[in-house]
Write a protein that binds this ligand. Structure first.
Ligand code: NAP
Length: 348
C-alpha cells in the first residue's frame, strides 16, 4: 500500500517534534514537507530544529527544507501544530487549497461544521464533513482534536455518560510544562511554585467537553446537557497532565459498575485495530497513590489514559483522578489517530 504524504505545520515545536517522532515508522504516512516560522525557513529541518525529545531526530527528516506554512506543499494532507493566533488563517488557506487539515490548534474547534474528534468517543461527528464541502468546494477540510486537558476528561467521561448519564462535572487540573510549548513558562516562575492561570484553558475545557459528548442531530452537534466547571493549574512536571474530577450522575451507579464501565471501554478504533489506537483506552488503577505523571504517562505508548482514586464523593456522587500524556494522547498522537480514523472511514 502506498503511504499518504504528509506535511507538518509547526514541525520544529513541541508538538511538531512529537509528530516527527510518532510518524517515523508509521505504516500509512510518510513526511514529505515541514513548515515553521521565518526563523526556521530556508534551513534544513536538521539545522532549524533543536531536538528536545529522548532519542535522535529521525534521519529521514534531517534534510527536508523548512518551508513557509502556505500552500502549496508537496503532500496529500497536513498535520498542524501552529500557535492558535496564526492557525486560523493558515489552516483555512490549506483547506481552501484542497488539503485535508488535521489540526491541534484551537482555531477551528468550535466552528459548527468542524468535527472536534476523539475517535473512541464521537467518530459520528465526522458526518459534519459533508457541511464543509460548501465552505471548501476544493475538497479540503479541517478536523480538530481537543485541548490537551479536555481529551483525557472527555475520554474518561464518555463511557460513564453513555451508561449512566452525567449531569455535572467539576475538574481541577495540574498541567505539565510541555503543554506550554517551548520555551514555555520561565523557570523562575515555576520552580517552587504552582501557577493558577493558563490562558483560555478553563473555558476550552468547559465548552469542548459538552461538544465532544454531544450528539449529531440534524446536521449539527447538540451539546451534552451537563454543567462543566474547570480550574486549571500549571505545575512543575515535564510531561503528563492530571485532573481531579468530581461527577454527578442522572442515575447514580454502584462503584463497581463505574469501575467496570471505565475499564471495559473499547470503541471503533480498537475494533478496527487502528495503528495508534491503544488496546485499552482507559486503565483503572486501585493503588492509593496512582496515577502519577512519571509512572503512568507512557501507558499504551502515551495513548492510554489512567484513572485512579475512584471513590464516592462527599459533595457530588463520585470522584477520581485522571492522567494522560499531553503531547501524545493530548496532541500529536491524537491527531494521528484522527487521521487513521479518517482513512478507515474513507474520508481520506
Ligand atoms: N504542547 C502541548 O501539549 C499541546 C497540546 C495540544 C495542543 N497544542 C497546540 O499545538 C500548537 C503548537 O504548540 P507547541 O506546544 O508545539 O508550541 P511551540 O513549541 O511553541 O511550537 C510552535 C511551532 O509553530 C511555529 N511557529 C511559530 N510562529 C509561527 C509563525 N508565525 N509562522 C509559522 N510557524 C510558526 C514554530 O516554528 P519556529 O521553531 O520556527 O519558531 C514551531 O514550529 C498550539 O496551537 C498549541 O495550543 C499543544
Amino acid at each position: 500500500m502506498s503511504k499518504y504524504r504528509v506535511g507538518i505545520l509547526g514541525a520544529t515545536g513541541t508538538v511538531g517534534q512529537r509528530f516527527i517522532q510518532l510518524l517515523e515508522k508509521h505504516p500509512q504516512f510518510i513526511i514529505t514537507a515541514v513548515a515553521a516560522s521565518d526563523r526556521s525557513q530556508g534551513k534544513t529541518y536538521g539545522e532549524a530544529c533543536t531536538w528536545r525529545l529522548i532519542g535522535e531526530m529521525p534521519n529521514a527528516v534531517r534534510s527536508l527544507p523548512v518551508q513557509p506554512p502556505t500552500p502549496p506543499l508537496d503532500c496529500d494532507l497536513v498535520f498542524s501544530s501552529l500557535p492558535g493566533d496564526i492557525a486560523r488563517e493558515t489552516e483555512g488557506s490549506f483547506a481552501k487549497a484542497g488539503y485535508p487539515v488535521i489540526s491541534n490548534s484551537s482555531a477551528f474547534r468550535m466552528d459548527e461544521d468542524v468535527p472536534l474528534l476523539i475517535p473512541e468517543v464521537n467518530h459520528q461527528h465526522l458526518d459534519l464533513l459533508a457541511r464543509q464541502r460548501q465552505r471548501y468546494p476544493s475538497g479540503g477540510f479541517i478536523v480538530t482534536n481537543p485541548n490537551c486537558s479536555t481529551i483525557m476528561l472527555a475520554l474518561a467521561l464518555a463511557p460513564l455518560h453513555a451508561t449512566f448519564g452525567i449531569s455535572a462535572v467539576v475538574a481541577t487540573t495540574l498541567q505539565a510544562l510541555s503543554g506550554a510549548g517551548y520555551p514555555g513558562v520561565a523557570s523562575l516562575d515555576i520552580i517552587d511554585n504552582v501557577l493558577p492561570h493558563i490562558g483560555g484553558e478553563e473555558e476550552k475545557m468547559e465548552t469542548e467537553t459538552t461538544r465532544i459528548l454531544g450528539r449529531f442531530v440534524n446536521d449539527r452537534i447538540e451539546p451534552a446537557p451537563m454543567a462543566v466547571s474547570a480550574q486549571c493549574h500549571r505545575v512543575n512536571v515535564a510531561d503528563g497532565h492530571m485532573a481531579a474530577v468530581r461527577v454527578n450522575f442522572t442515575r447514580k451507579p454502584e462503584l463497581g459498575e463505574l469501575r467496570e464501565a471505565l475499564s471495559s471501554f473499547r470503541s471503533l478504533p480498537q475494533e478496527l485495530g487502528l495503528h495508534s489506537a491503544p488496546d485499552v483506552p482507559i486503565i483503572v488503577r486501585d493503588e492509593m497513590d496512582r496515577p502519577q505523571p512519571k509512572l503512568d504517562r507512557d501507558a499504551g505508548d502515551g495513548m492510554t489514559i489512567t484513572v485512579g482514586k475512584l471513590r464516592e464523593d462527599t459533595v457530588l456522587d463520585y470522584r477520581f483522578v485522571v492522567l494522560s500524556h499531553n503531547t501524545i494522547r493530548g496532541a500529536a498522537g491524537a491527531a494521528i489517530l484522527n487521521a487513521e480514523m479518517l482513512i478507515a472511514l474513507k474520508h481520506l
